[in-house]
Design a protein around this ligand. Structure first.
Ligand code: AMP
Length: 281
């Protein structure tokens, strides 16, 4: 699963990303987090980003694109990822398209969390107050003044992405003013609707199919009647119910041979004809 969470600062992208990480075992790729780590470590990237971030301005595209490209190549991102805070400009979105294409990866969805701005200011103030109460360090760009600048940057540079992804039929919008739980439910519903959950289910199906293909012919043959027995056991007539139950039990635990015998007993006449015909084939 690969998706983008789009939304202004404070819209809940980080919270929802964390929930996706726990639920689907994917990784959260937050450029903000990565840049903060770079600033703290005083790397060359961190030194370039530090003042821009403190002022609520965006870091140059090439820096964040480089970071994301490297990060996507890490083994833990192979299962999928949720991009949080990236892309933030149209050139970043174009660069992402390009690098996903090169890496033969598909983007499943872009989920926009839509919120109103006054609520955002309120949220940030609450978050800052809570962090202070816990004795945690507050981000330098989490003040109302810097947030106003970050919101302006979002409006002018990031909001065009809504059009960019809706044109590409990737965009789904969620009301970010709902409760965290409701937003999560809606995000999951969208992911399931776009088939983003398939990659997780697919290997299991594939593995099953592959196991059947690679199984010895005898084992494969044995698997078939067991399957049939399960069907037949279900349709067993009233009198054959006991045998039907035996068939079902046999399917569950005692192997195909017994299942076939038990099923035979359970099959009503009409069903027997069909089974015989199929057996001839
Ligand atoms: P965030 O934690 O996502 O709110 O990001 C904090 C700050 O990091 C932003 O205000 C920007 O200065 C910088 N930043 C994070 N992601 C990006 C990005 N994709 N492009 C440019 N700057 C970014």
């Amino acid at each position: 699963m690969r998706l983008i969470l789009l939304g202004p600062p404070g819209s809940g992208k980080g919270t929802q990303a964390q929930r996706l990480v726990h639920r689907y075992g994917i990784v959260q790729l937050s450029t903000g987090e990565m840049l903060r780590a770079a600033v703290a470590a005083e790397t060359p990237v961190g030194l370039k980003a530090k003042d821009l971030m403190a002022n609520g301005q965006l870091v140059p595209d090439e820096i964040v694109v480089g970071i994301i490209s490297d990060r996507i190549d890490q083994p833990d991102a192979a299962k999928g990822f949720v991009l949080d805070g990236f892309p933030r400009t149209v050139p970043q979105a174009e660069a992402l398209d390009e690098l996903l294409k090169k890496k033969h990866l598909r983007l499943d969805a872009v989920v926009e969390l839509r919120v109103n701005e006054s609520a955002l200011l309120q949220r940030v103030e609450t978050r800052v107050a809570e962090m202070r109460a816990r004795g945690e360090e507050v981000r330098v760009d989490d003040t109302p003044e810097v947030l106003t600048k970050r919101l302006a940057a979002y409006r002018s540079q990031t909001e065009p992405l809504i059009h960019y992804y809706s044109e590409r039929r990737k965009l789904a919008t969620v009301d970010g003013m709902m409760s965290i739980e409701q937003v999560t439910r809606e995000v999951n519903r969208i992911l399931s609707a776009v088939g983003a959950l398939e990659p997780k289910a697919a290997p299991a199906r594939k593995a099953k199919g592959a196991a059947r293909k690679s199984a010895k012919p005898a084992a494969r043959l044995a698997a078939k009647p067991a399957k049939k027995a399960r069907k037949v056991a279900k349709t067993a007539s009233k009198g054959g119910k006991k045998a039907g139950r035996k068939a079902a039990a046999a399917v569950k635990g005692r192997g195909a041979g017994k299942a076939r015998k038990a099923a035979k007993r359970a099959v009503p006449k009409a069903a027997k004809k069909v089974t015989k015909k199929r057996a001839k084939r």
